[in-house]
Structure formats: C-alpha cells, structure tokens
Design a protein around this ligand. Structure first.
Ligand code: XMP
Length: 318
C-alpha cells in the first residue's frame, strides 16, 4: 500500500540513481508543489539541486523575504532573485489581462533563463508538476511550472526549456503531495497555503499596474488574510484574496470628502478551482476587516465583498 514514507523512500532512491552527479535547476514559487518537489530532489542530490525563487514584485506582502528565509531554513540550496523593478517596468501601461499575463510569463522566463545560465553544466529542469497538471495542461494552481507551460514563446525555446525534465510528483494528487510534504517535515503553514496564481497580484489589480497600486493591494490582502488566520477561518477557505478596482468613489473621513479606491474581498470554497462557491464569511468578520482596511490602508475608502460563484464568475477578476 501507498504511504507517504514509502513514497519518499522509493522516490529519493530512484532520483539518486537517475540523476547521479547531475545538476538540476528548479523554480520555486512559494507554493506546495514546487516546495515538495524541491525537498525530494534535495534529499536525493543535495546541493546539486539549484533552486531559483523569483520575486516578480506581485507577491503578497513580505512574501519574498519570508518564504526565502523558510526555504533556507529547510536547507534548500536556493537563490532569491528580486526582479520586481524589471517586471514593473515591463508592465507599465499594460491594462489588458492577457497582455499582463504574457508580459509576466515572458519576463519570468527571461529572468529564469539568465539565472539558469549561471549554473555550470546543468542537465535537468525540475518541476513540481502533479497528476492533475498532466491531465489538464494548464495548472489551476499556478507557479513557475504553469507559467512556463502556458507561455513558451514563438522565437524558439529558451535554453533551460531544452533541459531534460524531472517531475517527482507527476503521479500524485494534491492531498498526496501535502501528505508527502508533511512526512518530510515541511511546515504545515506552508503546506496549507491557499493557491495563488502565477501572475500574482498582477491579475488582481484591475487595469494597469503601478508600484503604488501593488503597495495598496498588498496591505489590503495582508489584513484580510491575517484576519482569516486569526479567526480560524483560513483553513476552511479554499482560496482568498483581494482585488483593487480601477475606480474611485466618494467617501468621508473626519469632515473631509475623499475620492479614493474601492477594493473587493473574495473568498471561495472549491476542490479544484474549476467550480467555486463564495464563502459565507461571518458579518462581524467582514465588518471588522472592512474597518481595518479603510482605517489602515492609505488610498482605499471602500470595501465590497464578492458574492459571485463560478460559473459564471471566475475566481480571479481578470
Ligand atoms: P479562475 O479565475 O479561472 O481561477 O476561476 C481558477 C484558479 O486558477 C488560478 N489562476 C491562475 N493561475 N496563472 C496561474 O498560475 C494564471 O494566469 C491564473 N489565472 C487564474 C486562480 O488563482 C484559481 O486558483
């Protein structure tokens, strides 16, 4: 019978045999799949695994620093590459959702390819592909592997994509990946994280993206997510996040009239992201969260809650 421990044991043994002294490069996203894949590979080949974690500037507040620290504490050979400024510059003025996705995907590939070239004699590309990704083609959960799959450009493949592919989780479902991760001692908090799209906050800022909008949405999102955790609601929700709308609305603050941004909070229940229901979060929680956001985030004067299910609405707004 299948157990997480036996899976780890056999997989590590097979990876050792298959990879020998070869070097592997792998893109970490902060998500469950790439983290578990990296941990297995690291057990098998140690520092011959080169992990790259790219900050596209569209991650959650403090996520790059926190997750990078976590990876280092786990003993992974990881390099953090802060490419925020490059992403923001390339995204400037683009407001079309697919246009933004294309830019984010392309720049990710460029940054990753540059980094992969710095590793001498790398032979393999490690990926956190899981079984549903194999049968679907586009991953619902995102991360570098999904980004790579859906964005190979027309001018020929970048060099790292010509590497041999190694995908240790290819036969597993999500819950099995979590169990394998747990059996290797990966932090429960990391394993229980909500799915987060590859293009990150870039598709939750409706319209064009600026550094100031990213800052605002990071603050809003952090208040919402921390609130869900504090109230014990986080684990009961499949995915949650906030959107920044490209409209201003009138408000009052003291005796001043304000004309500032509106944000949307969204929390859904789902099993695979293909269909989803909005979550009936307690009114008191919504009230408290709304107050914290409006009082705490400069530039936001209105909070609304999304009560649309998928279909016909999607989970993300773009
Ligand atoms: P939608 O908005 O299509 O989202 O209902 C379903 C799931 O997919 C995630 N998502 C993405 N993940 N790149 C990704 O890696 C994307 O472009 C993308 N768009 C949506 C979304 O967060 C949800 O989990």
């Amino acid at each position: 019978t299948w157990t997480p421990d036996s899976f780890v044991e056999t997989t590590v043994k097979n990876l050792k045999e298959k990879l020998g002294n070869d070097k592997v490069v792998l893109g970490l996203s902060g998500g469950v799949d790439s983290t578990v894949a990296a941990t297995l590979l690291s057990k098998a080949i140690g520092t011959n695994l080169y992990c790259i974690f790219v900050n596209n500037g569209l991650l959650r507040k403090n996520e790059f620093e926190n997750v990078l620290d976590q990876y280092k504490n786990m003993g992974l050979n990881v390099k953090g590459v802060d490419a925020s400024a490059r992403f923001l510059k390339e995204l400037a003025g683009e407001s079309d959702p697919e246009g933004k996705r294309k830019i984010i995907g392309r720049v990710f590939i460029e940054v990753f390819d540059d980094e992969a070239h710095l590793i001498q004699d790398v032979k393999w590309l490690g990926q956190g592909t899981i079984y549903p990704d194999v049968i679907e083609s586009v991953s619902a959960t995102g991360g570098p592997s999904a980004t790579i799959k859906s964005h190979h450009n027309v001018g020929g493949l970048p060099d790292f994509m010509k590497l041999k592919i190694i995908e240790p989780l290819k036969m597993l479902f999500k819950d099995e990946v979590r169990r394998v991760g747990r059996s290797m001692g990966i932090d429960d908090e990391l394993l229980g994280r909500h799915p987060f799209p590859g293009p990150g906050l870039g598709i939750r800022i409706l319209g064009d993206i600026t550094a100031e909008k990213v800052r605002m949405l990071q603050e809003v999102d952090a208040i919402f997510i921390q609130g869900l955790k504090d109230e014990g609601l986080y684990d009961g929700v499949w995915q949650a996040g906030a959107m920044l709308l490209p409209v201003n609305s009138v408000g009052v603050m003291g005796d001043e009239r304000t004309y500032e941004k509106a944000v949307v909070l969204r929390a859904v229940e789902s099993t695979d992201g293909m269909t989803a229901d909005w979550v009936n979060l307690p009114y008191e929680f919504l009230q408290k969260t709304s107050n914290k956001i409006i009082n705490g985030v400069k530039g936001v004067n209105r909070v609304v809650y999304d009560i649309s299910s998928k279909p016909p609405a999607t989970i993300e707004w773009e």
